[in-house]
Design a protein around this ligand. Sequence first.
Ligand SMILES: [Mg+2]
Length: 134
Amino acid sequence: MTESRDKIRLLVVDDDRGMAATLSDVLGASGYGVETAYSGSEAVERVKKAQPDGILMDIRMPGMNGVETFRATKKLSPESFVIFMTAFSESSLVDDARREGAVEVVPKPIDWESLLLLIEQSAGSGPGVSMEIS
Ligand SMILES: [Mg+2]
C-alpha cells in the first residue's frame, strides 16, 4: 500500500502550530497527502469541503476540543478514521474519545514509528477496527 499513500488524504488538527507543522512534515515525507487545521471549527469547515481518509486530532484545544470536533466530523464524514493525540492520558476527554469510537488515542510526545504504523493500518482497515500496536 506504500505506493498508493499519496492518494490517502489526512487532516491534521492541532492548536499547536509547531506540532501541526511537524506532523504535516513527517506525514508528507512518508508520502501522505496532508492538510492542517488549527482549531476544531476550522477542521469542521475542511471536512465539509472534502472528506479526508483520516483525521489526526489533538484532544485539548481552545474552543471546540477534539472530542467535540470528532462528534461534528463523524456526522460529516463517518468513513474517516480518527486518531486522537494527547499529552494528558489521564483526561476524562480520553475516556470520552474511546467511548465515542476513536480508532486509537496516542500519547504525546509522539512515537513516530508507532503512529505511522497505526495510520497505515487504519487507512487499510477502515474505521472502528480494533488493533494492537506494540
Ligand atoms: Mg492542544
